[in-house]
Design a protein around this ligand. Structure first.
Ligand SMILES: C[S@@+](CC[C@H](N)C(=O)[O-])C[C@H]1O[C@@H](n2cnc3c(N)ncnc32)[C@H](O)[C@@H]1O
Length: 363
């Protein structure tokens, strides 16, 4: 009996705590919106327990409120005090300085997450559940992707596409033919920029392509073209098209991870140009010298402008870490209002593609 009443009082205590926290959170939002309190008093409210992570029934948080009143100082204070960066908040800001503070918090948290994942606990540790990516479909897992059949087909505009089924009703484009055409952009524009002002373009460049897809990103006249491709259906498609017999083309069947330290790659003596859809730090070891270039399909987070900005910066920081400086060019990939995605899942919704060309930093 006594135990029962103890339990009741514990539940009541918790309810009261929750009510108090909700009230403090709401007060914090209101105080920020009323703009009457100095920042020092907002800080005191947080110090005595007002939750910076609170969201009201409409999804508004103190960070939303600070963004709304365009207070750089408050946005910075809330982020410093642990407010969770939020892509929608950042997007809704017209104020560049506030936007940058929120976006930079996103960059820091992504870098921290990468670091935590590198030091991930053993596979059977319960902590792993928190840290591990949860997308085990072919869209999020290399192993699942490599064991799923691909379909090479044409879309309703007659463009070649390569699709992978990720669920019964959901197909994702591995590569879409429209990427070949759209204002010479993304992939083809990358190749043009990688090769165009190279010191020795006429000697024939040594090019490494990671991932064949539709073969759009192959540069015009390399002296050696190494293509790494692991998917059996892509390899079969390449064989049908005669890629295995082309002069100067060497196809390495497998994942890039299988070849990074391999004799087949290292014997080339370094590449002039490397293009990959798969982000990796290890490519730094494969570049020939200061004139060598590196690029990758910069499509991470490209369905939301803030995420796209965050991941663009994160990749720049990662590459800087391994000695590659990146120059970015903006490529307008807007193609009128034609529906280029059909029934497949949209993976690039930006008007502007941020095209990366990396070079080894000279010390
Ligand atoms: C987006 S497509 C590449 C498109 C290509 N840039 C083009 O011009 O069509 C991705 C390709 O990378 C391949 N791929 C996936 N994981 C890979 C890995 N770990 N190593 C090498 N290639 C990989 C896929 O099988 C697929 O053919």
């Amino acid at each position: 009996m006594a135990e029962h009443s103890d339990q009741n009082s514990t539940h009541e205590d918790v309810d009261m705590d929750v009510d108090a926290i909700v009230a403090q959170g709401q007060e914090l939002i209101d105080a920020i919106l009323r703009r009457r309190l100095p920042v020092s008093e907002i800080k005191s409210m947080i110090e005595v327990g007002a939750p910076v992570w609170f969201q009201d029934d409409d999804g508004n948080s103190p960070l939303h409120a600070a963004a709304y009143v365009e207070s750089e100082e408050l946005v910075r204070l809330l982020i410093d005090e642990g407010a969770i960066w939020n892509a929608d908040v950042a997007l809704s800001l017209n104020n560049e300085k506030c936007y940058t503070i929120v976006r930079d918090a996103g960059i820091r948290s992504e870098l921290l997450l990468t670091l935590l994942q590198k030091r991930a606990p053993a596979a059977n540790s319960p902590l792993n559940i928190i840290l591990k990516a949860t997308d085990s479909t072919p869209a999020g897992s290399t192993d699942a992707f490599l064991s799923t059949r691909l379909e090479y087909t044409k879309d309703e505009h007659g463009q070649e596409i390569c699709l992978v089924k990720v669920a019964d009703q959901d197909e994702v484009g591995v590569m879409m033919g429209w990427e070949r055409g759209i204002s010479q952009c993304q992939v083809q524009e990358t190749v043009r920029r990688l090769c165009a002002d190279h010191e020795n373009p006429n000697d024939g460049l040594k090019v490494l392509n990671v991932g064949f897809g539709l073969g759009i990103s192959l540069s015009p006249k390399p002296s050696l073209h190494v293509i790494i491709e692991p998917h059996p259906d892509v390899l079969a498609h390449m064989r049908e098209q005669g890629w295995h017999e082309k002069p100067g083309v060497k196809i390495l069947e497998g994942k890039w991870q299988d070849f990074v330290e391999s004799e087949e790659l290292l014997a080339v003596g370094g590449f002039d140009v490397i293009y990959t859809d798969t982000f990796s730090e290890d490519y730094a070891d494969l570049l020939a010298g200061p004139e060598s270039r590196f690029s990758f399909f910069n499509g991470l987070g490209a369905t939301n402008a803030t995420f796209y900005d965050v991941y663009t910066h994160v990749s720049e920081l990662h590459l800087a870490d391994v000695g590659i400086d990146v120059e970015w060019s903006d490529v307008d990939v807007f193609e009128g209002d034609t529906d280029r995605w059909g029934k497949t899942r949209e993976y690039f919704a930006m008007r502007t593609y941020r095209l990366p060309v990396g070079r080894m930093r000279t010390l």
